[in-house]
Ligand binder design. Sequence first.
Ligand SMILES: [Zn+2]
Length: 263
Amino acid sequence: MQQTVKSVNYFGCGYCVNNLCRVFKGMHEKRKFPAGVFLIEHSKHGLILFDTGYSEKICKTGIIGRIYNLANPTKVSEQDTIKSQLEKQGIETDKIKYIILSHLHPDHIGGLLDFPKAKIVLSANALDAYRHRSLRQLIMKQFIPKDFEERVIEITKEKTNKTVFDNLKGHDLFDDKSIILVELEGHARGQLCALINHKILLAADSCWGNDLLDISDKMKFPANLIQYNMDDYRKSLEILKQFRKDGIKLMFSHDTYNRKKVL
Ligand SMILES: [Zn+2]
């Protein structure tokens, strides 16, 4: 039997609220940005998470947490965490074998401590950002397990040998074409996105919403400073448009989805 991804389910794990007028000219809309987590069920490798959402402790992480919360008013309770939501469905945390981390911002790593047995899939560039972190990287070490580096499966450039487009290479995680990891730079160093069954792209923060894809190259100052590299961010937007043109559904981490089952 051919190995494949059997399903992908979506969970919103806390959210922050921001007015789009701070990011885009002429837009006035207070929008909720949920911290999305995707649960992937693979026919051979079992349950895999793509990111881990917010922790309810996000506001209690000292001065950086308070500044973050001031810029990004955040709402998350214990019941919103991915651990609680999985347990409500009868899924124990030990059942998660792998966690793919798109990048190490707090709304993606908040639940990491709740999965001590999972291997962590991360790009070599993101791991390097962790090792040489500065305030600008926004990596809150309170959410990083002590044995983090020992559990990391590092995705290096040498491993990214599968061609997705002419100008884009990816890494076939299980060598069965079910999950192809592609690095879309710009938002954070070494951000990983996951192409699932060649149908959907879990596109992390490469854009903040499907309706914002065509205007995100014109981000206002100082919002554009949130991005690690705006030139790379713009290049990634063009790659996303290429995926969209190919009929791949783009699923961003901070879009709102009404359906739980997305694949
Ligand atoms: Zn981010």
